[in-house]
Design a protein around this ligand. Structure first.
Ligand SMILES: [Cu+2]
Length: 227
């Protein structure tokens, strides 16, 4: 159960990184540790098991903030399902690691937990896709809109607009959520995977910074230049 949890979570992280076309260092390190643990298991079963199990518990503990945040956005199939998978893998590892190291059969409880975990992850994926299909509406650009393309976890560095009433068409082409947030302009728009949205506000000439407020995306920043 510990090894299967590790392999499932590592596979989920690989899917995320491939779709994002973006190596996420802690997740990549976790994948390497799981692969290493599986290789080590052939010669030293207990050590290999511990490497996988401890890595799973650590990666979940370290990404707790992100995982809690991702659970709030069920319209993001990848982030949402990965968050559920993370919790499930950590739970299965927690109940399974001691019997596995002692090489005794898992208890009825651990078998129930693993069945429930698999069911929860499957339900999350299906439910999340349904929520997405039924609740996400993207909007089309209107004349005069300034387009802000968000891709590969990055904003355009500078966005140029004219002073007065400003209309931005935000287009998120990534397979996970971003926000377009500017404290100075009082704008905070969340865009789930693949969504586009319009924001309107009025601005005096000047420079206004904006950023993405998703945990882990702190480096996503840009500047709105109003002329
Ligand atoms: Cu972001």
């Amino acid at each position: 159960m510990v090894l299967r949890s590790g392999m499932a979570l590592a596979a989920g992280f690989i899917v995320l990184m491939v779709l994002a076309r973006f190596p996420i260092p802690p997740l990549a390190i976790y994948v390497v540790l799981v692969v290493g643990g599986l290789a080590l298991r052939r010669r030293k079963p207990t050590a290999g098991l511990l490497v996988v199990g401890v890595s799973t518990l650590l990666v979940v503990a370290l990404s707790l903030a992100t995982m809690v945040d991702n659970l709030r956005r069920p319209a993001d199939p990848i982030d949402f399902t990965l968050a559920v998978l993370g919790w499930a893998a950590a739970l299965c590892t927690a109940v399974g690691i001691v019997p596995a190291v002692r090489r005794v059969r898992g208890s009825a409880i651990s078998r129930t937990v693993s069945t429930a975990a698999v069911a929860a992850v499957a339900l999350a994926l299906v439910g999340s896709s349904l929520v997405r299909l039924t609740t996400i509406d993207s909007v089309a650009a209107q004349p005069g809109d300034v387009e802000v393309a968000i891709a590969q976890t990055a904003f355009p560095e500078n966005v140029l607009v004219s002073a007065g009433d400003v209309a931005l068409l935000l287009d998120n082409s990534d397979p996970y959520s971003h926000t377009f947030t500017s404290d100075e302009l009082g704008v905070d728009q969340t865009l789930v995977a693949g969504q586009s949205a319009r924001v309107t506000f009025s601005a005096d000439p000047g420079e206004y910074s904006f950023y993405c407020a998703i945990p882990g995306h702190e480096f996503m920043k840009g500047l709105l230049v109003v002329q």
